[in-house]
Each structure stands twice: as structure tokens, then as C-alpha cells.
Design a protein around this ligand. Structure first.
Ligand SMILES: [Zn+2]
Length: 239
């Protein structure tokens, strides 16, 4: 398919970039699932669910400290920066991400919705206070207000996604007329639904992923390769 220029992008009213683990993996962020994913190495039941946190909060937080250290050293790649440039050129660009590493925001994107929360926020398990905590390790593992354990403000196994976030994302996807799925297999709920939603509302749907996915047949175009290479090439006249 042809690339997009600033002018051809203007033919679209609302553009959505839906990003998943593959986008971050190219920056060196460890993935959860798949080959080499951290859940092959660690048991999520011990480290990434509410029950684990309830029984051994310190152990769970130490594990997340390790994850933070690993992610803290990762930098956005050329694909992230391409999305920043597109946001400068177009009035309605939304990034919806399944990633918790904040790399989109770090690269400079502003309209980012995090489906699964952020490793850089903590949420008090008791008073529900949410605060930013950006750093290689937690500045505090207890709530500043009530002195109880804080938990990472991320969606763990068995957690429900925030209804507020889900409603917001639904509205964004419903309105879009150009939908990109980047670095995600799109098979895990609710990601799978967004492609259907975008498509049934008439959006042009493009997949960027190194491998074909189960959802590939539903896209209008599939581009095989790494986002850090494909995105700058696809939007090369946007800068
Ligand atoms: Zn609290």
C-alpha cells in the first residue's frame, strides 16, 4: 500500500493507533506472553494478581520493582516518534495502548489512553488514592495518606478493566475512520472487539505486525515488519 502524507492523512477525521506488546518489545521491554515472555519465567499467580498481593504484598512489590528497573532503562524507538509527529500534524489522533510502560508519553505523545494502567502509578489498596511514582524503584511502597500498602495501578490477572476507560476507548474507536493495530495479536479481550467496532463503523483498518495474526483477514491492509521500521517509512512525508 502507499504511504501516508500530511495531505492524505487529512482525508481522515479521527485516527486511532492501537498498540500492543510488540511496539514496546522493540524498545527492549520484556513481554508477558509468547516465547521469552516473563510469564514463562515467573508464575503470575505468585506475582501478578490481587490474591498474591493480599497474601504477600512485599514480594509482589519487589517483583514489580524489578520490572520497573528493566523498563526504566528502555527508550522509545523511531515508531513512537513517528506517532508524535503525526499528532502534531493532525487534529485528531488517539493512541490506545495495552502497554503499561509509558513509552508513548515519554516520546512526547499526549493523547494516550492506557487500557491496562501504568507501571509508573500506584493505587492505594485501602483509600484508592492514585499517585504517580516514576523511577527505577518505588519511592514508597506504602500510601502517603493512610500508610497501607500501595499496589501498582496496572491490570493484573483476574482484574476488571476500568469501566470508565473502556467507555472512553469505545467512544474513540467508534468515531475513528482510520484504525491501525500495531504489534498486537489482537486476540485478547477487549482488543479483539476494537477491530470489529472500527470496521463495522466504516474505518479503514491496517495491521502492522511482523507475523500474521488470527485477526489479519479482517484488516484492509496488513504490513509485515517491525513498527520501528514500518511506521517511519509509511509516514515519511509527515515531519
Ligand atoms: Zn491510602
Amino acid at each position: 500500500m502507499h504511504g501516508f502524507s500530511e495531505n492524505t492523512l487529512k482525508e481522515y477525521k479521527n485516527i486511532v493507533f492501537f498498540t500492543g506488546a510488540g511496539m514496546s518489545a522493540e524498545s527492549g521491554v520484556p513481554t508477558y506472553r509468547g516465547m521469552g515472555g516473563i510469564w514463562h519465567q515467573y508464575n503470575w499467580e505468585e506475582y501478578a494478581c490481587q490474591q498474591a498481593f493480599d497474601s504477600t504484598p512485599e514480594k509482589v512489590l519487589e517483583f514489580h520493582d524489578l520490572r520497573r528497573q528493566k523498563i526504566f532503562g528502555c527508550k522509545p524507538h523511531a515508531g513512537h516518534y513517528t506517532l508524535v509527529e503525526i499528532e502534531k500534524q493532525h487534529s485528531s489522533v488517539s493512541i490506545i495502548t495495552q502497554n503499561i510502560d509509558g513509552l508513548h508519553q515519554l516520546s512526547g505523545s499526549s493523547n494516550v489512553t492506557e487500557l491496562h494502567g501504568s507501571i509508573w502509578r500506584v493505587c492505594c489498596d485501602f483509600c484508592q488514592d492514585i499517585s504517580l511514582d516514576y523511577g527505577a524503584i518505588y519511592a514508597s511502597k506504602v500510601c502517603y495518606k493512610c500508610n497501607r500498602w500501595v499496589r501498582p495501578d496496572i491490570v493484573w490477572f483476574g482484574d476488571r478493566l476500568s469501566t470508565e476507560v473502556l467507555r472512553k476507548v469505545d467512544n474513540i474507536v467508534k468515531k475513528c475512520d482510520l484504525f491501525f493495530s500495531i504489534g498486537t495479536s489482537g486476540v485478547v479481550y477487549p482488543a479483539a472487539g476494537y477491530l470489529y467496532l472500527a470496521r463495522s463503523n466504516g474505518a479503514k483498518c491496517i495491521e502492522i505486525n511482523p507475523e500474521p495474526t488470527d485477526s489479519s483477514p479482517l484488516f484492509h491492509h496488513c504490513i509485515r515488519g517491525d513498527a520501528s521500521v514500518i511506521l517511519p517509512g509509511l509516514f515519511q512525508s509527515v515531519d
